[in-house]
Design a protein around this ligand. Structure first.
Ligand SMILES: [Zn+2]
Length: 407
């Protein structure tokens, strides 16, 4: 169900037979062969590749993938390896310069599982107001705190972008311990009592504060908030805590009418990409958890996109949510199935797990991103980037001239 669906059926069978070991004549339209995913005690009899559906499945180890994934597995790579994807395309789809995502959908012949996005729900208005007050204080605190700005710089994010994106620093210095507690009702949530009869509280632990805005039809207000906990691991605090009462809508950074969207897991990674790619017509969504599904608004933006770059973590959860070839998994959501115009493009394993690992690696966000784009999309983005670079150069020259004249 991947990019190999652009090929003729017979080509998929020919390629599969050329890379699989000990392939047998078709059985019910499927090619039996040795499993490319695991080392079999008695090879054969468990793995079948179906060229009509572009699904290979092993009934012994339970693993499955499309022809690109099989190609990667045979070459000792992870099934969603980006370099392998490029190699597959350049080896077998020599017309890749004419990559047309829209045409690809028409080529998918098997009925797709149906999945419907849920309507997006906003938190209570009072919650958004309280969240905004909290964020405002934390944004100011961060701008005054050089130590934390330096840490942010280590993650590749500039102070100006931190301010624009509403990143804050909560020190919890006025609280008992490193966590602030605010009662549910104070933040506009329905009153709840704990086992001791006391009102339950929203926890606001020490750390970096991230927020995301959505429209309730009248105004844009904070809909989602995460705190990157300094003391993760103690008091059951996760690395990223979603603040109680927030909706689970995707974080959206950049213009809503963008034709190119990048999908990442954490809000911090999304802000880094927005900083680096936002000027070139690219917008970003952060899921906040690999299994969180798009809401109706995010779905509309993604459906209308020209290209979606799926950069979810290069780990098992990221992979399993990208591809769902299990024939029994009807009605389940998978990125590459729901959005045929998406490409899976995690950061290289040598760099790490996610986009946040790029700044330390020496590989720039642009180099990583541009290497994954189909040629026609790359041309569009590059032309916007060149235009932007010229503007910056001209502005720089003008400032220099003005400086000289003043002197
Ligand atoms: Zn297997």
């Amino acid at each position: 169900m991947g990019v190999a669906m652009q090929l003729h059926f017979a080509d998929r069978e020919r390629i599969a037979r050329s890379i699989l070991v000990d392939d047998k004549p078709l059985q019910n339209g499927r090619i039996p062969a040795n499993c490319p995913f695991h080392a079999e005690g008695t090879p054969g009899g468990a793995f079948f590749y179906d060229p009509a559906k572009d699904i290979g499945r092993c009934y012994s180890c339970g693993d499955w993938s499309d022809l690109v994934g099989i190609f990667n597995a045979v070459n000792g790579r992870a099934c969603d390896d980006g370099d392998g994807y490029r190699e597959f395309v350049s080896t077998y789809l020599d017309d890749s310069t004419h990559f047309q995502p829209k045409e690809r959908k028409a080529l998918v012949s098997t009925p797709q599982p149906t999945w419907e996005p849920k309507a997006h729900e906003m938190p209570p208005e009072r919650w958004s107001r309280k969240a905004q007050e909290f964020v405002d204080t934390c944004v100011e605190a961060l701008q005054r705190n050089q130590e934390q700005l330096d840490r942010l710089a280590g993650w590749g994010i500039t102070p100006a972008v931190a301010k624009a994106a509403g990143i804050g620093w909560f020190s919890a210095s006025d609280e008992n311990g490193d966590v602030a507690y605010r009662t549910f009702s104070h933040w506009g949530l329905p009153l709840q009592l704990n086992a001791n009869g006391n009102e339950r509280c929203i926890r606001l632990p020490k750390g970096f504060v991230f927020c995301g805005y959505r429209s309730d039809g009248k105004q844009y207000r904070i809909a989602r908030m995460h705190i990157r906990c300094e003391n993760a691991g103690t008091d059951n605090l996760p690395r990223y805590l979603q603040v109680t009462g927030a909706s689970s809508q995707y974080y959206i950074f950049g213009k809503y009418d963008a034709k190119i969207w990048v999908i990442v897991e954490t809000v911090r990674d999304a802000i880094l990409l927005w900083q680096e790619l936002g000027h070139f017509g690219v917008s970003v969504m952060a899921i906040g958890g690999a299994s969180n599904r798009p809401d109706d608004e995010a779905h509309k933006l993604l459906r209308n996109a020209q290209l979606i770059v799926n950069a979810m973590d290069a780990d098992t959860a990221g992979r399993k949510n990208s591809w769902k070839f299990d024939p029994d998994a009807h009605g389940q959501f998978a990125w590459q199935v729901e959005y045929p115009h998406s490409i899976r493009w995690p950061v290289p394993l040598a760099v790490g797990k996610d986009v946040g690992d790029l700044p330390r690696s020496g590989l720039s966000v642009w180099d990583w991103f541009s290497a994954g784009l189909p040629d026609n999309v790359l041309k569009q983005v590059e032309s916007l980037r060149n235009k932007k670079m010229r503007e910056v150069a001209v502005a720089g020259a003008a400032a220099q001239t003005a400086g000289k004249e003043a002197a």
